[in-house]
Design a protein around this ligand. Sequence first.
Ligand code: ZN
Ligand code: ZN
Length: 261
Amino acid sequence: MTLPLTLEEIAEGTEKELKIRKYVECETCDGTGAEGGMSGNNYAMCPKCDGTGELRQVSRSVFGQFVNVQACPRCDGDGRIIEDACGDCGGDGRVERDETISVNVPAGVMEGNYLTLSGGGNAGVRGGPAGDLRIEIEEKPHDDFVRDGLDIYHDVYLSIPEAALGTEVEVPTLDGRARLEIDPGVQGGKILRMRDRGIPDLEGAGRGDQMNRIHVWTPSTLTDEEEEMMRELRGRENFQPQPSEPNTEKSFFERVSDVFS
Ligand SMILES: [Zn+2]
Ligand SMILES: [Zn+2]
């Protein structure tokens, strides 16, 4: 079964209640499958195998004598059969039921991880060992963030004047809202890193970062007055792109290596 989690839950770790339908031990017969359970006297020796639980078949050939041993199909190798089967489980020793289980999810899990609850699966037939319950983690898509390993990416949109003049914006983080200072002259595509605001490592080795990716928003319609201002700015020297000039934005590849080093 799958367990959908938000990025906030993944970052903090969480405890979740899960409703599952599974086989549990039949309480009426203590899982024995016999009417009256442990205290009853409803077992009889299996007539097919005489209580040994095995069937032996001897065959002879030119190579000698072969003894073939197999589990008795009548008693499933138990050597005993139930004379009066439990009415609640029909002799299976287990019944299907809705159960609510509580699952502890450690911080830092990711999509596709499995949590295995040992013995949390279906009860075995007639008191046999229970199976494991495997829960697959599913990451819910987030409105504000895209996860990349331990880091999360957030898109920040600035107007052209904001990018040119610098500003302070409020950004969401996994721990609530935070202020982000934007220097004058920021270029679109620049990534402003907030340390330790990402996803914690599953094994406790630190925490990822929040990468705020700057976008400069270009208006798609302009009034006559705005168009006039833009035409006036277009010719100005400071508005000519100079991507190779020192102290301006690094090239795309330099920037990428910065981010991932
Ligand atoms: Zn029963
Ligand atoms: Zn038998």
